[in-house]
Design a protein around this ligand. Structure first.
Ligand code: MG
Length: 221
């Protein structure tokens, strides 16, 4: 018998739902290491000085974040509005100002950095609020360190599917090819600081469990 689904309040558009862990509600970054490095103003946080990392660890999850790349355009390519969501601190969903800004395709906004491009470029203009809704299934490892099951990432950028259950090739690196390294089932999540003052708001996460299935019963003769 399958369990009855829990009843939750879905919240307003963009959430957070009642069973989410709110990581930033516009007031403080106390759930983050190095949160003091970012400036909080008018209900949003501005990236400064360093990345921020959750104090708690997460594995399979649903993650929501809203961001705005700087309205004043500075830099080009990877130097313009660069940040990123590092799931488990290892797998980067790239944040970039890819509005009329050329860069390598697997480094643009919504890419799994250096692994795959987004299906479409769904970027809004610099300075406008955008969102990522990410579904993540952590990789699983065998005792000997080999991959038992790869990780998977689905990304909606501004509500548009740009990654659909993408099979991660390993950790995302700037300087070397993707590679898996055995790690625990839960790890902190990190938001990158890449010298650009992006704004962030409404950040929340929900643990998700694999769904159980049930085959229809065979007809009785
Ligand atoms: Mg980045």
């Amino acid at each position: 018998i399958l369990p009855e689904p829990a009843v939750i309040e879905p919240g307003k558009d963009g959430g957070p739902p009642s069973d989410a862990i709110v990581l930033f509600d516009g007031k403080d970054l106390s759930k983050w290491k190095n949160g003091e490095n970012w400036e909080i103003k008018d209900g949003y946080a501005i990236a400064r000085k360093s990345g921020i990392t959750t104090k708690d660890s997460y594995g399979d999850c649903q993650f929501h974040i809203e961001f705005a790349t700087p309205e004043k355009i500075e830099g080009t390519g990877q130097g313009r509005g660069n940040s990123g969501v590092y799931l488990m601190g290892k797998y980067e969903v790239q944040i970039l100002d890819s509005y009329d800004n050329k860069t390598y395709f697997d480094g643009q906004c919504g890419s799994l950095y250096k692994q795959t491009t987004p299906m479409v470029n769904a970027c809004r203009k610099p300075g406008e609020w955008q969102s990522f809704d990410i579904l993540f299934e952590s990789p699983r490892f065998n005792d000997d360190g080999s991959v038992k099951r790869p990780g998977y990432v689905t990304v909606l950028h501004n509500g548009v599917c740009v990654q659909n259950h993408f099979e991660l090739l390993g950790g995302t690196f700037f300087h070397q090819p993707a590679k898996y390294e055995k790690h625990p089932d839960k790890l902190p999540l990190n938001i990158q600081f890449h010298n650009n003052p992006l704004r962030f708001r409404n950040i929340w996460i929900r643990d998700i469990k694999p769904l159980e299935g049930k085959k229809p019963e065979a007809p009785k003769n």
